[in-house]
Design a protein around this ligand. Structure first.
Ligand code: G1P
Ligand code: ZN
Length: 540
């Protein structure tokens, strides 16, 4: 029986950088998920007759949420939902399924790299028919619907068994349970030279992939072990757990310290990599050599033609504004168009759809291409393996060669997490208010040359997105960006991004190379005193 349940708007159901993210406990409140899902249906003009893709990263509440969403899809007249077995799908695999099946959209259940579990976070992302995150007009419509909601519709029924593959009916709707890995693995085989990577591994090249007890375990096993012949032990923390084993599934040197310890140790494998909760982020590390995401993006742009799927060359490249300009140097040298977008993958969608960009990336460990409309962790890993298989160089040698050709953009991000929201907002607002007076003034040891509040005009649809972060450039070429995170669930997180270009000296520690920019940031924003913090919580 389809029930119509009266409800009232719940404050704060505003999708952030990447969907709606709240604590698991918040999502478990009666009606919380239901209100938001109905708001998605209402915001996109209903789901009657539509085909949707559904799955998540397996964190706590994934299983319950999938059942609720299925019952709400049928109650609003959806024709079919394609769901990953066990309710699981990585974010890139979901994007691929939406595209491959010509679905009208999809829902991905994940809070990405945020910890999961009863005390962790949960999230809901809506992706559109191109397979990408809903763009701002859609998320705004969903938010508006959440503020006006008066009722939601849901079928009263038993939970479906989502372990058996194949089609079943739920009321008038078809539910198709698919293997979450196979279509995605097949797509990867079309892009990369699996024979060359298999030969590299067979020659004794050793690798370790850390799935961080999150969604990529089954994907990495199938691709790296079954299809590419890596030993079983090459995939660590391979079993997805609802609380990610108590870990923080963010692939950076801080949270992937187990892998980092191994890679910096005496018996390090040749290659290490990790991915995040929902499989869209990546970390690349060679023996004794961590590769920053910004550098990884630049290396991939410079060498993508090693992979058969990109042999024809790139149409263009794009990065989020806070990401380092290492990519721009490659684009300049190769004569490629290069775009700088606001933070968040959704801003790459139009560039990818219009064929203006082939590769995109963010400093936050996201890299991807036009093969799907999300960033893609394992894709980046396979791209690196393909490059190494072609060049037969170590990761450290690839980096040295890259810097020798393009120079090095020293780069670091300092995060001040869980700080007082009012204080953080005031810090940003006060700095923003001074921007037009900063040029030519000293800032600690540096002198400001330009200061702006980043605003982006989408070159495809001309839509304007403003207030996307404070960008300050200094004489001599250094750059500072400050913005507040749009994905946190506790207080506020201030992100401070710093960059300085160096043409000939490549061996300095980034924190030392950036000491003047760090001092300039403090002089301009007074971070320590205003936030009451001695040091950042996370330095990447
Ligand atoms: C963060 C990253 C951003 C990424 C997003 C989703 O957003 O900075 O690059 O797209 O997570 O993975 P933020 O918390 O900075 O708003
Ligand atoms: Zn993610």
């Amino acid at each position: 029986m389809i029930q119509t349940i009266p409800t009232t708007p719940i404050d704060g159901q505003k999708p952030g950088t990447s969907g709606l993210r709240k604590t698991t406990a918040t999502f478990r409140q009666p009606g919380y998920l239901e209100n938001f899902v109905q708001s998605i249906w209402d915001g996109i003009g209903g789901v009657a007759g539509k085909v949707l893709v559904l799955g998540g990263d397996g964190r706590a509440f994934n299983a319950e949420a999938v059942q609720i969403i299925l019952k709400m899809a049928v109650a609003s007249g959806a024709a079919k939902v394609i769901v990953g077995q066990g309710g699981l799908l990585s974010t890139p695999a979901a994007s691929n399924l939406i595209r491959a099946r010509g679905a009208d959209g999809g829902i991905i259940l994940s809070a990405s790299h945020n910890p999961g579990g009863d005390d962790g976070d949960f999230g809901v992302k809506y992706n559109t028919a191109n397979g990408g995150p809903a763009p701002e007009p859609v998320t705004n419509a969903i938010f508006a619907a959440s503020a006006a909601i008066a009722q939601y519709h849901i079928l009263t029924a038993h939970d479906l068994d989502l372990n058996a593959l194949g089609e079943t009916g739920l009321g008038e709707m078809t539910v198709e349970v698919v293997d979450p890995v196979s279509d995605y693995a097949a797509l990867m085989e079309t892009l990369f030279d699996f024979d060359a990577i298999r030969a590299l591994i067979a020659s004794g090249f050793s690798l370790r992939f850390d799935a961080m007890h999150a969604i990529t375990g089954p994907y990495a096993r199938e691709i790296l072990v079954n299809r590419l012949g890596a030993p079983e032990a090459s995939v660590m923390n391979a079993v997805p757990l609802p609380d990610f084993g108590g870990g923080h599934p963010d692939p950076n040197p801080v949270w992937a310290h187990e892998l980092m310890g191994l890679m910096m140790g005496a018996d390090a494998p040749d290659f290490g990599a990790a991915s995040d909760g929902d499989g869209d982020r990546n970390m690349i590390v060679g023996r004794g050599c961590y590769v920053t995401p910004s550098d990884s993006l630049a290396v991939i742009a410079a060498n993508a033609t090693c992979a058969p799927g990109y042999a024809k060359g790139l149409a263009g490249v794009a990065r989020s504004m806070p990401t380092s300009a290492a990519l721009d140097r490659v684009a300049d040298a190769r004569g490629l168009p290069c775009y700088a977008t606001p933070t968040g993958w959704k801003f790459f969608g139009n560039l990818l759809d219009a064929g203006r960009a082939t590769l995109c990336g963010e400093e936050s460990a996201g890299t991807g291409s036009d093969h799907v409309r999300e960033k893609d962790g394992l894709w980046a890993v396979l791209m690196w393996l393909n490059i190494l298989a072609t060049k037969r160089l170590s990761v450290a040698e690839v980096m040295q060669a890259h810097w020798a050709e393009f120079g090095r953009n020293y780069y670091s991000r300092h995060d001040y997490e869980g700080v007082d929201k009012t204080a953080a907002e005031a810090l940003v607002a006060d700095l923003r208010a001074q921007l037009d007076k900063l040029a030519d003034l000293p800032a600690g040891p540096l002198v400001v040359s330009e200061a702006e509040d980043f605003s982006y005009t989408d070159p495809v649809d001309r839509s304007v997105t403003s207030g996307q972060g404070i960008q300050i450039k200094f004489e001599g070429g250094a750059r500072l960006v400050l913005r507040l995170s749009g994905t946190g669930t506790h207080g506020a997180t201030l992100r401070v991004y710093m960059e300085n270009y160096e043409g000939s000296e490549f061996g300095t520690d980034p924190q030392a190379a950036l000491v003047d920019v760090i001092a300039a940031a403090e002089a301009l924003a007074g971070i320590k005193t205003r936030l009451g913090r001695e040091a950042p919580d996370v330095v990447t």
